[in-house]
Design a protein. Structure first.
Length: 499
């Protein structure tokens, strides 16, 4: 699993610049889902949804400081109940006292805070930045000697490889499931020379859609413009090219880790009997429309890779129908059980992709839902996609309707044009989803978490402890952008905002 890896940035999905041979090979041998989406374009809620097979709001997952309830069954719980050994190496962004959520073992600490430090506060308006996110990470993009994120992912990769060998040695021959979750290619977009130098800087493309004026933006995009501090910085084309160069190098770095994991599977003799799933929690806007990071439903932010690899079981294929991360859990359990798995404690929102893997796409719903109430929001939003049509309700202030087949850059808003598809998607969007009541529920949830964090001053951190000093390593209560910048070698002073 990668972090913030946009499907449009990958060679698997047609990007001609990115170099990712291990992922290309995985895709050539596996089943590739061309239209997979996250269910909330932010780390924590997206990962919780993937684990539970449920939409984020149904579990009270709203932002990166929402507590993932220990009482929520995950695929790890179900797999353990089926006799599997289930382990995790790397980031999962679980917030709250439960840092395992069904996993037998975690091999690393967490890279981000596990408490309520990053709670969104709608009462402070659109410019509130719980992680102190600005354009500094874009302006500072470039090559480096070392980053905090490389420290973390080298540890994740090493432990993932070692876990494979250790699992192969177990005398009980129990089946196993291993999650290896990297923090690359998450911002800031800096990478070591080894991966930066894979690319000729002159070959790096600029965004296809230039920055937009405020009056051209939808409501959520305007919110994000201020939440991300874009009005305080001047971002040039060279900054954009540097950021994309760094991002592509970071994808190549993740690709090298995938190659190491596959080599371990082959050397341990388990490659032919292991199903590999590769995905990401959300995408990255990468300067398209002048936007960065995630936090929206546009293709670069919400569309993610999904490759399922088991060539001895399923023929290589490309699936066009829409799927989302909540489909992974029921798919895993079907694959593990060998039959349709139907004994869930709670009803799931996701659907098994097993028929598609076996070549039958006729019964796929082709409908996905994504939600948003995290950093940059001032109310809840929702997106529905069916076929090429994408419908967005952005806090009830703007409605958007795009046909991403005819309009891949999402520039022609067809909402309000009287199209039948808009009525159909709106009916799906508002089924069991009331914006006004959700606003009150989420705002009250924010108040509770902010109160607890204010009183406790971030203690306990809840962070998973593997080695004795893990409570102080990586990013704890400070803003992510500040901490990552200080942890980069060589360190570069942030650009001064233009006042």
């Amino acid at each position: 699993m990668a972090d913030q890896m946009a499907a449009p940035a990958m060679s698997v999905y047609g990007n001609s610049i990115v170099k990712a041979p291990a992922l290309d090979k995985l895709a050539t041998e596996g089943v590739v889902f061309n239209n997979c989406y996250c269910n909330l374009p932010m780390c924590g809620p997206s990962r919780a949804s993937m684990h539970a097979g449920r939409l984020p709001f149904s579990m009270g997952m709203y932002d990166n400081a929402s507590e993932f309830a220990a009482s929520t069954p995950t695929f790890a719980h179900y797999l353990r109940n089926m006799g599997y050994r289930v382990e995790l190496s790397g980031k999962m962004h679980f917030v709250g006292p439960d840092q395992h959520h069904g996993y037998d073992k975690r091999h690393t600490t967490e890279i981000y805070p596990a408490n309520f430090a990053w709670t969104v506060d709608w009462s402070k308006g659109r410019e509130y930045r719980p992680t102190n996110l600005t354009m500094a990470p874009i302006i500072e993009s470039g090559p480096c000697v070392r980053t905090l994120q490389m420290d973390y992912d080298d540890e994740v990769g090493y432990n993932g490889v070692q876990a494979i060998y250790d699992l192969a040695r177990k005398p009980d021959n129990k089946p196993w499931a291993l999650t290896v979750s990297f923090t690359h290619p998450h911002s800031p977009f800096v990478i070591s020379k080894e991966f930066w130098d894979l690319y000729d800087h002159d070959d790096i493309d600029l965004p296809s859609v230039p920055p937009m004026d405020l009056d051209e933006m939808d409501h959520l995009s305007r919110n994000l413009h201020y939440c991300q501090g874009r009005h305080e910085f001047t971002v040039t084309d060279e900054h954009r090219r540097n950021a994309r160069h760094g991002y592509y190098g970071m994808i190549s770095y993740v690709d090298s880790k995938v190659a190491e994991l596959r080599k371990a599977l082959e050397r341990s003799g388990m490659a032919d009997d292991t199903i590999i799933i590769f995905t990401a929690d959300h995408g990255e806007m990468m300067g398209e429309r002048g936007m960065w990071y995630k936090q929206h439903f546009f293709e670069w932010a919400a569309r993610v890779p999904l490759i399922i690899h088991a060539p001895a079981k399923w023929k290589p294929a490309r699936i066009e129908q829409n799927v989302s991360l909540i489909d992974i859990m029921p798919t895993m359990l079907d694959a593990a059980a060998g039959i349709a798995f139907d004994s869930y404690v709670d009803p799931l929102d996701g659907r098994s992709l097993m028929p598609a893997l076996t070549g039958d796409t006729s019964k796929m719903s082709d409908v996905i839902i994504s939600e948003f109430a995290a950093d940059g929001s001032t109310g809840p939003s929702r997106m529905v996609k069916k076929g090429p049509w994408k419908y967005m309700d952005l806090e009830g202030i703007d409605l958007c309707l795009y046909n991403v087949s005819d309009d891949p850059m999402e520039l022609k808003n067809l909402a309000g044009m009287g199209l039948e598809i808009e009525t159909e998607l709106a009916e799906i969007c508002y089924q069991n989803w009331d914006r006004e009541s959700l606003f009150e529920t989420i705002a009250q949830d924010q108040k509770r978490r902010l109160m607890v964090h204010k009183v406790t001053a971030g203690s306990p951190t809840y962070v998973n402890i593997v080695r004795h000093d893990d409570g102080d390593r990586y990013i704890r209560n400070a803003g992510a952008a500040d901490t990552k910048a200080r942890a980069r070698l060589p360190y570069v002073e942030p650009a001064k905002p233009n006042k």
